[in-house]
Design a protein around this ligand. Structure first.
Ligand SMILES: Nc1ncnc2c1ncn2[C@@H]1O[C@H](COP(=O)(O)OP(=O)(O)OP(=O)(O)O)[C@@H](O)[C@H]1O
Ligand SMILES: [Mg+2]
Length: 113
């Protein structure tokens, strides 16, 4: 199994959810986030109004676990649907997941995803 951590523009959440549901995944975790990448953010006028001098932009952090064999196709669909071609589209971090357990039943392994 692979963990996919995706940091996206907030307005792209629906598109990301569509990609996952099309691939028959229903589980995901979403967190509101602030961040910057290569451009190191920029002075956000909204923060300046509040007197904050941080150069971070609002993003969403989405975490989902998928089967190894679905990874490449899902990554391709993300490029296709989530890229606007402008800086700040976000990044995807992929890592290995050893096991998963459903707390309600104690069931383990990839079949419970
Ligand atoms: N190396 C990183 N580690 C952790 N989070 C990152 C990293 N790079 C980017 N992010 C997160 O992803 C968000 C979007 O990054 P962004 O799309 O600007 O990346 P980039 O590398 O600058 O690409 P681009 O040139 O297309 O803007 C950031 O706001 C931050 O939350
Ligand atoms: Mg950037």
């Amino acid at each position: 199994m692979k963990k996919i951590e995706v940091i996206i523009r907030p307005e792209k959440l629906d598109d990301l959810k569509k990609i996952l549901s099309k691939n028959e995944y229903s589980g995901l975790t979403v967190m509101s986030a602030m961040g910057c990448g290569h451009q190191k953010g920029f002075k956000n006028p909204e923060f300046e109004k509040l007197g904050l001098s941080i150069n971070l932009l609002p993003k969403l952090y989405v975490m989902t676990i998928v089967w190894d064999e679905d990874l490449e196709s899902i990554l391709s669909q993300m490029v296709e649907k989530l890229s606007t071609g402008s800086v700040g589209d976000g990044k995807v971090f992929v890592s290995d997941i050893e096991d998963v357990m459903r707390i309600r039943t104690g069931e383990r392994g990839r079949d419970i995803l």
